[in-house]
Design a protein around this ligand. Structure first.
Ligand SMILES: Cc1ncc(COP(=O)(O)O)c(C=O)c1O
Length: 374
């Protein structure tokens, strides 16, 4: 994997929950695409469309959906906005979510306040069983449960199958922001039964920013009011002389204009690597690295802020060094080449399957040394 991830030796990359590094093949795909644009323009546009189709197929496989159910949009936040402002709300409706969510997954629901819709939030720091407690917050006016599969700050992983089963039993729709788990862990729509799944490709999928997956259950596709329009989202795409139009029957109805072809080539290449390795192997490798990070957290006497129990863990290990200024420690780590984040009142490390054992050992040894100097 060193060949696929030519990270310079001064960098210890532990920030896949932030922005992941590109594999070599992604760099090559982008370089080829740039050269092709320069030398041949769009002469081979049909090949570009074939790459786009391959990307849709890879994304569909990642969540166990059909390629025609996958829309390619700009970001997770845009995908959530398409859902929030496409659903028909009644004054008094509510949405149930989590207090500690990433802002995109809160703000979008709060933006419905002018329509008389409220957001109820579960404080997961006070919940021993979040999947059940989320359902306890629901009442007869709850239309949607909207959560991340993995919490961005401390890495709590929800039992989506359990949540999905309860939501279905109560006729409540389920929206999953899967950005912190897709590309890292298996996700099976048939098991989870989510109505909406969204995720950008720049974290665990190892792609560029600016290209995200939007899955809308085919049963709800027509129900979502469209808010963006253009030549690309119609059933009659390419028939430029026609005056009549209707939204495309598949998920491309959510893609109003020209695709992000540069991003398509990049993300397709990144996902080809994950496909080759296999998502089960990827998940197992992340699990081992997270277990090692937790061991070292304990050994150095740091305070673990992420879940300790294996089924609740994902690819995120957040910890704090007692009696130290975490902001100063974060800055010292970044200054020493440890690419990480300051989240959830501590330092967040997020290794991927390719992260070497030495990277983990060195990063933890450095953390201890830097904390000592503070
Ligand atoms: C859970 C979660 N949702 C959404 C986002 C933002 O995604 P995007 O920039 O694709 O809108 C992030 C980014 O950190 C995140 O962690």
């Amino acid at each position: 994997m060193r060949d696929e991830f030519p990270l310079v030796s001064e960098i210890l990359h532990l920030n896949h929950a932030g922005v992941g590094p590109w594999p070599r093949r992604t760099v090559e795909a982008v370089t080829r695409f740039a050269a092709e644009n320069a030398h041949r323009g769009s002469l081979r546009y049909p090949d570009w469309l074939a790459a786009e189709q391959r990307l849709r197929e890879r994304l569909a496989r990642l969540i166990n959906a059909a390629p025609s159910d996958i829309a390619l949009v700009k970001s997770t936040s845009e995908a959530l906005s398409i859902i929030a402002h496409g659903l028909h709300w009644r004054p008094g409706d509510n949405i149930v979510g989590i207090t500690q969510e990433f802002p995109s997954n809160r703000i979008v629901w709060e933006s419905l306040a002018s329509q008389g819709v409220t957001l109820r939030q579960l404080d997961i720091d006070r919940s021993a069983q979040p999947e059940d407690d989320l359902l306890t917050l629901c009442d007869e006016n709850t239309r949607l449960v909207a959560v991340s599969s993995v919490q961005y700050a401390r890495g709590l992983r929800l039992d989506l199958a359990r949540l999905g089963t309860s939501c279905r039993a109560r006729g409540i729709r389920l929206c999953i922001d899967a950005i912190q788990s897709l590309g890292a862990f298996p996700f099976d729509l048939r098991v989870v039964g989510a109505d909406f799944v969204v995720a950008d490709g720049h974290k665990w999928m190892l792609g560029p920013e600016g290209l995200a997956l939007l899955y809308v259950s085919p049963a709800l596709r027509e129900e979502l009011e469209l808010r963006q329009f253009g030549w690309h989202m119609v059933a009659e795409r390419g028939q430029f002389e026609r005056r009549d139009w209707r939204p495309a029957p598949d998920a491309t109805r959510f893609e109003c204009g020209s695709p992000n072809m540069l991003g398509v080539h990049a993300l397709e290449a990144s996902l080809s690597l994950l496909d080759e390795v296999g998502i089960d192997q990827v998940a197992a490798a992340i699990g081992e690295r997270v277990a090692r990070l937790i061991e070292l957290t304990d050994r150095h006497g740091f305070e673990l802020l992420s879940p300790r129990s294996a089924p609740l863990r994902a690819g995120i290990v957040t910890f704090r060094v007692p009696d130290r200024d975490q902001q100063a420690l974060y800055q010292a780590l970044m200054g020493s080449g440890v690419l990480c984040a300051q989240r959830g009142a501590g330092i967040r490390f997020s290794p991927h399957f390719h992260t070497s054992e030495e990277t983990i050992e060195q990063a933890m040894t450095l953390t201890a040394a830097l904390a000592h100097q503070l």
